[in-house]
Design a protein around this ligand. Sequence first.
Ligand code: SAH
Length: 193
Amino acid sequence: MSPWYAKLVFFLGVIGMAIVRAPHIKRSTAIKVVKSRNDILDKALVAFVSLGLVLPLVWMTTSAIAIADYALRPIPFAVGIFFFACGLWVLHRSHVDLGTNWSNTLELREGHQLVVQGVYRRIRHPMYVALLLYGLGQSLTLPNFIAGPSFFVPFAILVAFRMRREERMMLEKFGAEYEFYVSRTKRLVPGVW
Ligand code: SAH
């Protein structure tokens, strides 16, 4: 059984994500793509991540995965809400900083600029950090061992496959400028890794 407050947090998260992303998606997709590495692997991984929406809906509307339910406790629930909020905030900041250079996949757009400011100043993948935090939020607030981690796990796999390929694409495009950027930033955790 899915408690109403877990459902409420899930829908607020989905709506929050849509509100943060919609204007940027609209703006950046209007700009021509000049290089794409959107291959079958990346497409398959993006499709895999959509389980993070599908499985919670299955959990809420059927009893198909009710076997994996557990009792929701206040502290993990509160921590989950905190992660959700942090994730949405960093997602908003990274979209603002990346501007029209954003893509849902591995692409370079016309007039692509290397962004090194704002949330990109210390780490190279703040948007992925934001979505991982969002995924942890979902894991802690949906009391079901399948629906809960259904976004975090596929997304972490996508990030593991994508980061190096994305960095290789950026290095080919921006050369020494990107090398210098890499030398003074970390991937996901400021000052650590
Ligand atoms: N990995 C970044 C961006 C995710 S969006 C993050 O997590 O914040 C993916 C697209 O952003 C890539 O296709 C690439 O074209 C673009 N991109 C990644 N890092 C960038 C940067 N520092 N400046 C400009 N564009 C960047």
